[in-house]
Design a protein around this ligand. Structure first.
Ligand SMILES: [Zn+2]
Length: 172
């Protein structure tokens, strides 16, 4: 199937954008979700935010053990505990970073039908929620590491920047 969206990679400016609230959850949103899920799966991701595919909207998809979550305007309303977790990101191919996150989160969002729901997550799923909500707030995971780690990964970032500039970042 041909799809119009592609994964945006560092340093494309939309990754720094605080995305807009979705006002109406309609058929168009459902279609965007479907395309996001296809892209996430094709690239073997477990989470994807709308600005990673070039859309200025607060939409997130997450792959869980029990199925896909499609979240509209997700907000983290409660956090508990701490966890260090090694994260990757489809917008930063080849980079893995250990990030300090909350161990448990509670998230409020609308689902793809526009119904308000609360989600509780722990461990990896809690980390994915935090990573994706960061995305739609314009905060890529490289902002969550120390100055020294950032310095250490500079050559890797430069490589991604170069590939992004020439449209060479792997696309499925
Ligand atoms: Zn990411």
């Amino acid at each position: 199937m041909r799809i119009g969206l592609r994964i945006h990679t560092w340093p494309e400016s939309i990754l720094r954008k605080k995305c807009k609230e979705v006002k109406i959850v309609d058929e168009r949103i459902e279609q965007l979700f479907e395309q996001m899920v296809l892209l996430m799966r094709a690239n073997k991701g477990i989470g994807l935010a709308a600005n990673q595919v070039g859309l200025d909207l607060r939409l997130v998809v997450i792959e869980t053990q029990t199925g896909i979550l499609k979240l509209v305007n997700p907000r983290i309303v409660k956090t508990e505990g701490r966890i260090d977790f090694i994260e990757g990101c489809l917008s930063f191919p080849g980079i893995e970073l250990k990030i300090k996150r909350a161990r448990r989160v509670r998230v409020s969002a609308l689902n793809e039908k526009g119904v308000a729901l609360d989600y509780q997550a722990e461990g990896m799923l809690a980390v994915v929620f935090q990573h994706e909500v960061d995305h739609i707030n314009g905060i890529p995971f490289i902002d969550r590491v120390s100055f020294w780690t950032r310095l250490k990964i500079r050559p890797l970032l430069k490589k991604i920047e170069k590939e992004t500039r020439y449209g060479m970042c792997e696309q499925k």
